[in-house]
Write a new protein. Sequence first.
Length: 135
Amino acid sequence: MHLAYPAVLSALLFCTGLYGVLARRNAILVLMSVELMLNAVNLNLVAFDVWLSRTAEETLHSGQALTLFTIAIAAAEIGIGLAIVLAVYRSRGTSDIDKLRDTAEGHEPDGPDNDTTGRAVPGSRTAGEKAEATA
């Protein structure tokens, strides 16, 4: 088999994963897209290992060893990533990356006293002032 076939398939897998990372808002789908990208790298490692071992006649098979290492890293990444996503979902109630980004930047949720950017409207009371007024 020619080296071009697995290389083209790997490029397609990687581009699909890259599109998934850039276009998706759900954190679990982003993790799945990262897995697609890692599998594309694994396919390239094995294909080039087979191709180089035929030409150099070496028995080390370093590409396959690196693939096993990448699979172990991917398993740990998906386990820890899924645990983080589940913890965030339990605390925030969503796994939408855009909403989580707004929360991480310190924006208050949109309400009657906030404009669309999350900043307080001039002349409105802050949450602390509202609490003092009701107490």
